[in-house]
Design a protein around this ligand. Structure first.
Ligand code: ADP
Ligand code: MG
Length: 627
């Protein structure tokens, strides 16, 4: 969303922006206005009250027109405040970027210097600088800028240190860019938002500081007016003629309030984390907004998905990630879910336990039955009781799902104790058993290992052990072997296979690899653009795929020992799920597609145990068709 749209949604910031715009505009056009000369004294007209004929805001102790002095004073104060902010930000940010980027001794040297500046009380330092340079507006500006440099330097250094070690900076180095070029093209664009944010929140402060110095007579010199000196001159008449103080005082209040409100709004609108909504906490369960009646459950299935629809509502766009999926798993059965990356497999898996982040995720239709109870829209407590207990997940990358700062033993113990109120010692014994059951050698000593001390295959075993911690009935494994090499993958698969036979586990196994499906799954469902396009027994589908997509997908798999064969990559890309075409979503990439494929809805039809969503499926091989 554009910066201004975000900003204008914040009422207070918008008010601040409008007030500031008016003030700045007035300050800019002051020389053009028919105002009295601000510096001409007329002692006969001293202390005229506001709303008098010649002076709308009255006059001060020398009979000078207050309106005119206010306008010129505001102009000067704004100019000095903004200039000080820009100077402080430029110098401070430069120092910060250099210190943060080069690090090491440069960093140490620069930052200790900055620390020395910071060690002085703020106002004292400014006073000392002005005292050394002599009073005057220019020197006040220098003093205010100087005392604010450390603030910018520290802030920007912190941000730069984070950026200087990012991969894109390494990539720029590898491409042979000089340091100066990397700073300008890679680092600076990333710190500019931070600089603007820091500036927007300190400009008000700097205007106040300049006014403070002028108030003490160290800034603007008579007869020149700025807001601080006006206040200073009015001090002696504070009781007898309060309007002389109220006029500049009110202006300072208005300006600083407006700038701070605007600054907060700018910060909220510019901070990339706020913009992407990363700081908004997702709800504990996925939002549910079902319009159609819920389909009925099938009694034989342990876990059953009926017409599940999950969408992402991002602004005005609707991404139909899962568009009506039917799946079911019986106890002890392993169902494979296969499809290209982006076909909606993970979203399907996460929807089952209401784990899709909301917002933007919304479940808009269908049901998920676990032992006959619908989990969609179930209260959080019910889902929490099932998550990791009756239905467990194994994710792709155990390095990101395991906590880096706890030993794997502690994490296993935590997983057990989340659902069973057992003692730590008991949980520890169980954790040890779990590690042994997933065939981790030296399980005893491994309990105290941290995730980074283990290999990828070992970590994934821990992930599986954790999913088994509470003897679940269903395991949902989302590409658990994709990050592993083939030998480890084979071990993990045979481990899962054994576990399911020993414990009667139902497994929903998500993968994009037909080899894995062949090894482990009893049945397989093929997913494309959020829909199941073919489902049946693994052997039957591997032997004779009937949906053109399945067939093409299998043709992409290289076979060992089968001699040379051209791999037939599928041309094109899957459709974007916020603009799904009419008819078959695969039509654009299908060599058999006809006009009829591009109209209406193509249903999933069942034929001798096979479900196919295609109006012209591949024919069955002869001997099967005959039987
Ligand atoms: P995969 O089959 O590779 O696991 P996913 O289930 O992760 O695919 O994603 C399915 C679709 O959902 C993708 O097209 C993706 O663009 C979309 N999607 C996933 N998360 C979001 C999100 N937070 N906002 C918008 N779209 C999303
Ligand atoms: Mg995925």
């Amino acid at each position: 969303m554009s910066f201004f749209r975000l900003l204008s949604r914040n009422r207070l910031a918008l008010a601040g922006l409008i007030v500031m715009a008016v003030v700045v505009l007035l300050a800019l056009i002051t020389p053009l206005l028919p105002l009295a000369d601000p510096d001409v004294t007329n002692t006969a007209n001293r202390f005229l009250k506001p709303f008098s004929d010649t002076a709308p805001l009255g006059t001060d102790h020398l009979g000078r027109d207050l309106l005119s002095r206010l306008m010129w004073g505001t102009r000067l104060s704004l100019a000095v405040g903004f200039t000080a902010a820009v100077v402080a930000a430029t110098i401070g940010a430069t120092i910060g970027v250099i210190a943060g980027f080069y690090g090491g001794r440069t960093d140490n040297l620069i930052m200790r210097g900055v620390d020395m500046l910071m060690a002085f009380p703020y106002i004292l330092l400014a006073l000392a600088i002005v005292a050394a340079l002599g009073p005057g507006l220019m020197n006040a500006l220098i003093a205010v800028a100087a005392v604010n440099i450390p603030f910018f330097a520290r802030n920007i250094r912190g941000v730069t240190v984070g950026i200087a070690h990012k991969e894109f900076v390494d990539a720029a180095r590898l491409s042979g860019m000089t340091n100066a070029r990397i700073i300008v093209t890679e680092v600076v664009p990333n710190v500019i938002p931070v600089i603007v944010i820091a500036m927007s929140t300190t400009v008000g402060w700097m205007i106040l500081e300049t006014a403070g110095l002028s108030f003490l007579g160290l800034g603007s010199q008579p007869p020149q007016a700025d807001l601080g000196s006006m206040l200073g001159e009015a001090r002696s008449a504070l009781i007898t003629n309060p309007h002389t103080s109220v006029v500049p005082g009110a202006m300072i209040l208005i300006i600083v309030m407006a700038i701070n409100l605007l600054g907060d709004g700018v910060r909220d609108a510019l901070d990339p984390r706020l913009k992407s909504g990363a700081l908004s906490r997702p709800m504990p369960t996925t939002m549910v907004d079902r319009k159609d009646p819920v389909p009925a459950a099938d009694a034989t299935a342990l876990l059953q998905l009926c017409g599940l629809q999950t969408q992402f509502h991002v602004k005005t766009r609707i991404y139909k990630a899962v568009g009506g999926v039917d799946l079911s798993v019986r106890p002890g059965e392993c169902l494979g879910l296969i499809g290209e990356s982006g076909s909606g497999k993970s979203v399907t898996a996460l929807s089952i336990m209401g784990l899709v982040a909301s917002p933007p995720g919304v479940i808009t239709g269908g049901a998920v039955y676990y032992k006959g109870d619908d989990l969609i829209g179930a209260p959080y407590e019910v889902l929490r009781g099932l998550r990791g207990h009756r239905v467990a997940y194994i994710f792709q990358d155990p390095l990101t799902t395991l906590h880096p700062l706890y030993s794997v033993g502690d994490q296993l113990i935590e997983a057990i104790r989340a659902h069973h109120p057992v003692s730590v010692a008991e949980a520890r014994a169980k954790a040890l058993d779990l590690l042994k059951s997933v065939r981790i050698p030296n399980a005893e000593s491994r309990l105290s290992n941290y995730p980074h001390e283990m290999s990828g295959g070992m970590r994934q075993r821990v992930g599986i052990a954790m999913s088994l911690a509470n003897d679940p009935e269903v395991i949902i494994a989302d590409e658990p072997t994709t990050a592993l090499d083939v030998t480890v993958q084979a071990q993990i698969l045979s481990l899962l296979d054994d576990l399911r036979r020993e414990r009667g586990l139902a497994i929903l196994f998500i993968t994009h690899d037909f080899g894995v499906v062949a090894q482990l799954c009893d049945r397989v469902a093929v997913m494309y653009a959020g829909r199941i396009v073919e489902e049946g027994d693994t052997e039957a589908i591997l032997h004779a795929p009937r949906h053109p997509y399945t067939k093409r997908l299998m043709a992409c798999v290289p076979e060992l020992g089968q001699g040379r064969r051209t791999l037939a990559a599928i041309p094109g890309l899957p459709p974007v799920v916020d603009r799904l075409p009419d008819g078959c979503a695969f039509a654009d990439r299908c060599h058999k597609a006809t006009d009829a494929c591009r109209h209406g809805t193509i249903e999933l039809t069942e034929e001798s145990g096979r479900k196919i969503r295609c109006i012209a499926p591949e024919p069955l091989p002869e001997h099967e068709a005959a039987s």
